[in-house]
Design a protein around this ligand. Structure first.
Ligand SMILES: NC(=O)c1ccc[n+]([C@@H]2O[C@H](COP(=O)([O-])OP(=O)(O)OC[C@H]3O[C@@H](n4cnc5c(N)ncnc54)[C@H](OP(=O)(O)O)[C@@H]3O)[C@@H](O)[C@H]2O)c1
Length: 285
């Protein structure tokens, strides 16, 4: 029996993981709505999208009016699957990062997906079905040096999705948090850094892991060789899970991500083992 065709709404469909998902969802005969901040640029870099029936919507998830646009789109196109993929990474030490840098990152990576989720939920609840998929990151579970702001945005939006997963379980709506490791997309070449400092870090952080992270991430014009993930393979796994079903909340992707997650889980376990005997002594007598 042929799989049911669904309507997908994918943010950041012009590039990278969003683009791979859009291509494969179209290929499988689904209806796909893709958001981009600049349709004419997206038409130039990804002309196959419209040619294969994809529908562009000009929308910046970081803007306040995105909620209304997402809500209109959800009803007009009867959206079944929401994928929040649009995002970027800010790399900078905690001390060197301005409040504005943090706000800008949160508008795109936290409030953007939140606007889309809140706007799509009413119709999904009415239908008693739907998929909410977040393209998070291994950085949604692990905070490396120089990545506090990026990780804060991903930890935060993962928390919202984990909570939502409990809330809508009984309402027919599925929630999936995808945690990619490093993937071969333009993402690494689009990272933002603190502009107040020549090399992206202040003098006090020379020789520290902040400098090492900035040196590795700053001014990349091509995707480095050590990045191994294939976005088409990621897209295939996500689509298969959506169509075929799954019984997990978080889906890590990439060997690098699996190793990093195992390391962090080990650290959490060690902390818990080291503190358990004092942690259980705080109940009132
Ligand atoms: N690639 C990786 O190594 C990797 C690893 C872990 C997690 N991720 C996550 O995967 C998601 C997709 O990333 P990708 O690798 O596909 O990156 P990408 O190729 O750079 O695509 C990112 C998309 O997000 C949109 N976007 C970028 N900056 C934006 C901004 N400031 N405001 C609004 N929209 C913006 C862009 O859409 P328009 O310019 O068309 O509007 C673009 O289509 C992101 O959420 C990222 O955090 C990626």
């Amino acid at each position: 029996m042929a799989a049911t065709k669904l309507t997908w709404l994918i943010t950041g469909a012009s590039s990278g993981i969003g683009r791979s998902l859009a291509s494969q969802a179209l290929q499988a005969g689904n209806k796909v709505i893709g958001t981009t901040r600049d349709i004419s640029k997206a038409e130039t870099t990804y002309p196959e999208f419209s040619a294969k029936g994809g529908i562009w919507i000009a929308l910046d998830p970081a803007q306040d009016d995105a909620y209304d646009q997402f809500a209109r789109c959800s009803r007009e196109h009867d959206v079944d699957v929401l994928v929040n993929s649009a995002g970027y990474a800010f790399i900078g030490g905690v001390e060197d990062t301005s409040e504005q840098d943090v706000r800008d990152q949160m508008e795109v990576n936290f409030y953007g997906p939140l606007r889309a989720v809140r706007a799509c939920l009413p119709l999904m609840r009415e239908k008693g079905s739907g998929h909410i998929i977040l393209i998070s990151s291994g950085a949604g579970f692990i905070a490396r040096p120089g990545r506090g702001t990026y990780s804060a945005s991903k930890f935060g939006i993962e928390a919202v999705h984990e909570s939502l997963w409990h809330e809508v379980k009984g309402l027919g709506i599925k929630v999936l948090i995808v945690e990619p490791g490093a993937f071969k997309t333009p993402f690494a070449t689009r990272q933002a850094v603190p502009t107040a400092f020549k090399n992206g870090y202040s003098d006090g952080y020379k020789g520290t892991p902040v400098e090492a992270m900035l040196n590795m991430s700053r001014n990349l014009t091509v995707t480095p060789d050590w990045i191994k993930g294939d976005p088409d393979k990621a897209a295939k796994i996500i689509i298969n899970a959506t169509v075929g079903g799954y019984d997990y909340l978080r889906l890590p992707l990439g060997k690098d991500c699996v190793v990093a997650l195992e390391t962090k889980i080990g650290e959490l376990q060690r902390d818990l083992d080291a503190t358990r005997s004092i942690a259980i002594t705080t109940d009132a007598d």
